[in-house]
Design a protein around this ligand. Sequence first.
Ligand code: DC
Length: 229
Amino acid sequence: MSKRVIVAIDGPAGAGKSTLARRIAGKLGFLYIDSGAMYRAVGLWALRCGLDLSDAHRLEQLAKEARIELQPENGRVLLNGEDVTEAIRTPEVSQAASKVSVIAGVRRAMVAEQRRMASETSVVMEGRDIGTVVFPDAEIKIFLDADVAERAQRRLAEVQARGEAIDAERMAREIAERDKRDRGREMAPLVQAPDAIYVDSTHMGIDEVEEAVLRIIRERTSNGKEWNS
Ligand code: DC
């Protein structure tokens, strides 16, 4: 019987983790899990409830109560039964997600759910702490990075493609702010796991990144015992 495999992809906002993780999961036939969407759903709910985003007690309760579903068949995200796929992608929710993710109780609730989702199947999961905290024993760990200016540019293009207007300077400022918070927090900060492979995508197209990462996965899994033990 082949073993469950975990591919962990971590890195800062705008590095291309979601696109890469979705493609890799498609190629390998693994389940794709966007852990950031879960923190975004909690952030959205907190904003809607008008909560103070530093109220650890209320936010932990909210995170525990949130019913977050990531639908693998169509990539939709549901919060308490409501489709919030688009609603969680606004700049306000990006900041709220980064703020609520600082809170230990929120992280505990999300990590428990992420482990449950991957308990029976091979997954490609992307986020900030997947290779360090959620699955420290993941078979494959990638740390996907890019220069901050390039990341801000990519996010800007994404937002513009959705027909929304956002100021380039504001986008760059928000990405930098989120980076600082995500890297500087006490619990599960964004950091490269010692055994993660660093990939700098600043000057690479997505096809090239995908190819490089698939190569890494194949190398690891064909020398190794991971898949078939
Ligand atoms: O990946 P993303 O940009 O959608 O994530 C939104 C925020 O959620 C991010 O700024 C920090 C938080 N996050 C986290 O703390 N841990 C994760 N594993 C994923 C996201």
